[in-house]
Design a protein around this ligand. Structure first.
Ligand code: HAM
Length: 425
């Protein structure tokens, strides 16, 4: 007899995480807490397509960014249209707002979203090719109080899952009234430096990015470079002062970082990033800012917006770095253990009743014996095991074992739901 050849197994694509139990409840906990905070502040959910026409990101995010020039998952579909797996959410939200005329109603339009995004980056700890974000966008009002609200909301979201060891870095990137003149001034400065070819190239396309160069020799050369915050127009200066003033009122702590540069091109005025101390190189757990020209750039009205996205994957790593586990990773509240078929017959409807009133309940399947079944109850993280053997069957009772306190009590079947509701409350 020939033996069937064992087929090679298949692994997930490189840089794409699986979140399995017991990590998956933490994933959901982080994502849902962030979404809930946005909901509390009046943001409505928007479910966006996972892929869009490629030109949306080229025009929206900026062709000179790494995200667009090096990291997009772009392919021709079967109709030969160029489509791209979304690398971020802001451009898609703007596209939807323009397409469905949401900007003609009450302003600001406040929308939140979550889900996977795709960037062909070099995978490492905290840097994935499929990453998860929760984001918000508030569109149509250029009010510094809104900037402060958005920043404070991101901060409240991070606090809501218990994170503490992070800092908020903040700056103003100016706007059309002052950035062009500053850009020229910065280029004038940079072009005088003995920079390598690639950096020179960057200085001519996006000079701000040179200020973010991490190499010590470039840092040294640019130590005296002119900074945007010293060249803001009186309006953007006043805007920024109001933002920081309101953040002070709200008790949100921040550090001013005039060299803060984001990886996406659309930012103007208030721009920020949340940086966690326990994550090594990939320390950005969230970021965002105002974007004045984006809507017009995508064919819409001249309306400004502001938003952020928090990285769910990195926030999970940050929780781990802080030694915090704020979410219940148990699978069920109660676990049924039936000794024999008659006992199973009796227990199944009781388990169904418990589920119907919102108690998470499972039951042991297969004929595992008491010891094996009790192990199953433990592994499921159950607080109570419901054991039914011959004696319980005869008396129409269930032995309710408290698995934390190691106590046991017999409860009549008709009182079981009520009893467990009280015990679990
Ligand atoms: P972003 O800074 O590119 O901003 O991404 C936001 C967050 O997503 C980052 O701070 C990081 O936590 C997470 N993230 C980004 N790339 C990766 C990766 N390769 N692996 C793991 N996590 C990652 C945006 O995407 C903007 N759309 C935010 C925004 C909204 N600005 C205005 N509105």
């Amino acid at each position: 007899m020939t033996q069937a050849k064992k087929l090679k197994s298949i692994a997930a694509p490189k840089g794409v995480p699986d979140y399995l139990p017991p990590q998956s409840p933490i994933f959901l906990g982080v994502r849902d807490s962030f979404a809930h905070q946005a909901h509390l502040a009046g943001y409505e959910h928007i479910e966006l397509p996972v892929f869009e026409e490629t030109s949306l990101f080229a025009r929206g995010v900026g062709e000179s960014t790494d995200v667009v020039s090096k990291e997009m998952y772009t392919f021709a579909d079967r109709g030969d249209r160029s489509v791209t797996l979304r690398p971020e959410g802001t451009a898609g939200v703007m596209r939807a707002v323009i397409e469905h005329h949401l900007d003609r109603g009450q302003l600001p339009v406040k929308l939140s979203y979550y889900g996977p995004f795709f960037r062909y980056e070099r995978p490492q700890a905290g840097r994935y090719r499929q990453l998860q974000q929760v984001g918000v966008e508030a569109i149509g009002v250029d009010d510094p109080y809104l900037d402060a609200e958005v920043i404070a909301l991101a901060d409240a979201s991070l606090r809501s899952i218990g994170l503490e060891s992070y800092r908020l870095e903040l700056t103003s990137l100016g706007d059309a009234t002052c950035r062009p003149a500053y850009r020229e001034k910065l280029q004038e400065f940079l072009f005088k430096l003995p920079l390598d070819e690639e950096t020179k190239q960057r200085a001519s396309i996006n000079p701000l990015r040179v200020l973010d160069d991490k190499r010590p020799e470039v840092r040294e050369m640019t130590a005296e470079a002119p900074l945007m915050v010293d060249h803001l127009s009186p309006e953007t200066q006043a805007h920024f002062e109001t933002v920081t003033g309101v953040l002070d009122d709200l008790g949100v702590q921040y550090t001013l970082n005039p060299r803060l540069v984001r990886g996406l091109d659309y930012y103007t005025k208030s721009t920020f990033e949340f940086v966690h101390d326990g994550l090594g190189a990939q320390s950005g757990i969230g970021g965002g800012g105002r974007y004045d020209g984006l809507m017009a750039q995508l064919g819409g009205q001249e309306l400004s917006g502001i938003g952020y996205a928090l990285g769910v994957d990195r926030c999970m790593l940050a929780l781990e770095a802080e030694g915090k586990q704020p979410f219940d990773a148990s699978r069920v509240d109660v676990f049924g253990v039936a000794m024999g078929e008659d006992a199973k017959r009796m227990l199944m409807p009781l388990i169904a009743e418990l589920r119907a009133v919102g108690i998470r309940a499972d039951i042991s399947f297969g004929n595992r014996g008491l010891k094996g079944a009790m192990k199953g109850a433990d592994r499921a993280g159950a607080r109570f095991a419901l054991v039914v053997g011959e004696e319980e069957l005869a008396n129409a009772q269930v032995a309710v074992k408290n698995l934390r306190a190691h106590e046991q009590q017999h409860v009549a079947t008709e009182q079981l739901v009520q009893h467990l509701r009280a015990a679990l409350a």
